[in-house]
Design a protein around this ligand. Structure first.
Ligand SMILES: [Cu+2]
Length: 121
C-alpha cells in the first residue's frame, strides 16, 4: 500500500519545476478578445497568440514592433520581446480588440521604469 501512495504523489512534486522553466506565454484570442488583455513578462520571453475564434484576427503593434498575418481559427503568431517597455497592440480587422504587453528588465523581479515606458503611436 505504501508503494502505491509514493508513486501517486511523485508527478505532483515534479510538475512545478517543469512549469517554471517554460518561457513561452500564450494569449488566447477568443470571443473577439485577447486573454489576458494585459500581460507582464521578463525581457526575452516569447509570446504566442492562439486564435480560437472562427473568425480571422490579427495581432498588430501600434508602434510597428510586430505584425501578424490574418490568423484563421487555430493559427498561431509568436513574437519574442527583447526590449523592456510597454507594447500596445490591436486586431487590425476589429480595432476594438486591444491588448498590452509589459516587458520588464530580465533580471528585475519588479519593474524599474518598464511600466512607464510607452512609445507614442
Ligand atoms: Cu479581430
Amino acid at each position: 500500500m505504501r508503494v502505491i501512495v509514493i508513486i501517486a504523489v511523485w508527478p505532483l512534486i515534479a510538475l512545478p519545476s517543469a512549469q517554471a522553466s517554460a518561457a513561452v506565454n500564450v494569449i488566447l484570442i477568443k470571443h473577439f478578445m485577447f486573454t489576458p488583455m494585459d500581460l507582464t513578462i521578463p525581457a526575452g520571453t516569447v509570446v504566442t497568440w492562439d486564435n480560437e475564434d472562427g473568425e480571422p484576427h490579427t495581432v498588430v503593434s501600434l508602434t510597428g514592433n510586430f505584425r501578424s498575418d490574418a490568423l484563421d481559427e487555430k493559427d498561431h503568431f509568436s513574437h519574442q520581446f527583447t526590449e523592456p517597455g510597454t507594447y500596445k497592440y490591436i486586431c487590425s480587422i476589429h480595432p476594438k480588440m486591444v491588448g498590452t504587453i509589459r516587458v520588464l528588465e530580465r533580471a528585475a523581479g519588479l519593474a524599474t521604469d518598464g511600466s512607464t515606458k510607452f512609445h507614442a503611436k
